[in-house]
Design a protein around this ligand. Structure first.
Ligand SMILES: Nc1ncnc2c1ncn2[C@@H]1O[C@H](COP(=O)(O)OP(=O)(O)OP(=O)(O)O)[C@@H](O)[C@H]1O
Ligand SMILES: [Mg+2]
Length: 392
C-alpha cells in the first residue's frame, strides 16, 4: 500500500498537497480540477480528446481512452488519489491498480456495481430502498415483455447516459422501438416530479446532504432542461427525500459525492431512479448557491479532508446550454453579452471544440431571493442563449 498522502494528526502537508488524477476530462472533471487547483493540488486528467474541458484547467492531460490499461496505469502512478467524472471505465484495470496500492474513490468495486443498471437496482433492493419494480431481460423475449405489462420502461444495463439507452414502451405498438442487448424492464412511474439530491460521504463515515433539486426535462432530447433548487416540496417531503438520499449513499458505502436521482410519484411516493458515483449535472447550482460546491465537497471527501457545509444561501435555477437541434462543428455562442446583463446570472462554457445536437456545451445559473423570479429569468435565458454550430 502507498502511504496516506497526509497525516491528519499533525495536520501538516508538504506542497503540492495532493496529486489528483481524474479519469474523464468533461465538464464535471473541469469543475473538480478548478477546485483542486484552488487548494494548490497537481491535477492530471485522462481523456481521449486533446485539450478536453478538464485538460484545459489541469497541469497535465494524458491523451488516452478509459479502457486503455497502460494510460490508466500512467495516470495512477503520477497520482495520490484517483477519481473519475464518468462511469464508463475499464474496472478490471482499476481493480488491478487498487490491488497494487492506488487509492481510488469511489472504489472500483462500487463503480462496477453502479455501471450496470441491473446490478445497481439489485444492490438498492437488497438494502430495502424504494424503487420502481424491475426484472432483468438478458435476451429479447416478447412474451416476457408482454407479461410484464405496459406501460414499461426498458433500460440498457450498460453505457446509457442522458436518456440514451432508455425507452418508454407505452403499448404493444411500441415494441419495434425496443432496445437490443442485455437490459431490464421497469414499471413506468406516473411522475409528479423528478428530484435529485447530492450526498457526500467522507472517508470517516461523515455524511453531508444538499438541498433537494427539482428537474424539469426537455421532451425532445430527454435531457435536463431546467433545474430549480430548492425543489418546490413540503418541508416533510424534502426531509424524506434527503433521508432517502442518505440511506442510499450509506447502502452503497463509498467515499465521494453521489448524485441520487428520484421520482416523486403522483401517489406521493419517493422512489430511487439511479445513482451516479460522482458530481452530477443537477449539482452544478451548488457552485454559486451553496456554502460548499459539490466539486469542492468531492475533493474534500476523496482527499480525506473534513466535509464542508451544504447549506444553500440563495434559491437557484439552472439551465443546460446544449447544441441546437442541427448544430455541428465549431460552437458559436449567441446571446452571451445579453445574458450577462441579467442580474444574478453566471454562465459556464465548458470549452468543447465541437458542438453536436443536444450536446451539453455549458450551463447557466440564476440566483434570486425569489425562486419564481429565478425560474423566470432562467426561462428567459434559455430564449436568448443558444449554442449554434458554424453551419448556422
Ligand atoms: N421507471 C420510470 N418511469 C417513468 N419515467 C422514467 C422511468 N425511468 C426513467 N424514466 C425517465 O427517463 C429518464 C432517463 O432515465 P435514467 O435516468 O434511468 O437514464 P440515464 O440515461 O441514465 O439518464 P441520465 O444520464 O440523463 O441521468 C428519467 O430522467 C425519466 O424522465
Ligand atoms: Mg438519469
Amino acid at each position: 500500500m502507498k502511504q496516506a498522502w497526509w497525516d491528519p494528526v499533525r495536520d501538516r502537508i508538504p506542497c503540492p498537497p495532493l496529486r489528483l488524477g481524474i479519469i474523464g476530462g468533461g465538464q464535471l472533471g473541469k469543475m473538480l480540477a478548478i477546485e483542486a487547483k484552488k487548494l494548490g493540488c497537481v491535477v492530471r486528467v485522462l481523456d481521449p480528446t486533446p485539450a478536453a474541458p478538464a485538460g484545459q484547467v489541469s497541469d497535465h492531460q494524458i491523451i488516452g481512452g478509459f479502457f486503455d490499461r497502460d494510460k490508466l496505469r500512467v495516470l495512477a502512478e503520477a497520482s495520490d488519489v484517483l477519481t473519475y467524472d464518468l462511469e464508463h471505465i475499464d474496472t478490471s484495470s482499476l481493480h488491478a491498480l487498487e490491488a497494487a496500492g492506488t487509492v481510488i474513490h469511489p472504489s472500483p468495486g462500487l463503480l462496477e456495481v453502479l455501471q450496470d443498471k441491473l446490478h445497481q437496482k439489485e444492490r438498492l433492493a437488497a438494502a430495502g430502498l424504494p424503487q420502481p419494480d424491475f426484472i432483468p431481460l438478458d435476451t429479447w423475449d416478447e412474451h416476457v415483455v408482454r407479461d410484464f405489462g405496459f406501460p414499461l420502461v426498458q433500460k440498457s444495463r450498460r453505457g446509457g447516459y442522458d436518456g440514451r439507452g432508455v425507452v418508454i414502451l407505452r403499448d404493444a405498438a411500441d415494441l419495434g422501438r425496443a432496445l437490443e442487448g442485455p437490459s431490464l424492464l421497469e414499471r413506468c412511474v406516473a411522475v409528479e416530479k423528478e428530484l435529485a439530491v447530492m450526498t457526500a460521504c467522507g472517508a470517516n463515515g461523515e455524511i453531508r446532504t444538499y438541498p433537494v433539486a427539482e428537474m424539469i426535462f426537455d421532451p425532445r432530447s430527454n435531457a435536463l432542461d431546467l433545474l430549480l433548487a430548492p425543489a418546490r416540496l413540503s418541508d416533510e417531503l424534502a426531509r424524506q427525500a434527503r433521508d432517502l438520499a442518505e440511506q442510499t449513499a450509506k447502502a452503497l458505502g463509498g467515499v465521494g459525492i453521489f448524485g441520487v436521482e428520484m421520482f416523486l410519484s403522483m401517489d406521493g411516493e419517493l422512489l430511487v431512479n439511479e445513482v451516479a458515483p460522482r458530481p452530477h449535472n443537477s449539482g452544478h447550482y451548488t457552485i454559486e448557491a451553496c456554502r460548499t460546491s459539490q466539486y469542492a465537497q468531492h475533493l474534500r471527501a476523496i482527499a480525506g479532508l473534513p466535509l464542508g457545509l451544504t447549506e444553500q444561501h440563495t434559491p437557484a435555477a439552472m439551465i443546460n446550454l446544449v447544441g441546437e437541434p442541427k448544430a455541428v462543428g465549431r460552437p458559436h455562442i449567441q446571446g452571451l453579452a445579453k445574458a450577462l446583463t441579467l442580474p444574478g446570472v453566471s454562465v459556464h462554457i465548458y470549452g468543447k471544440h465541437e458542438v453536436r445536437p443536444f450536446r451539453k456545451m455549458g450551463h447557466a445559473v440564476v440566483l434570486d431571493a425569489d425562486p419564481e423570479q429565478a425560474l423566470m429569468t432562467a426561462r428567459h435565458l434559455r430564449e436568448i442563449l443558444k449554442i449554434h454550430g458554424e453551419n448556422q
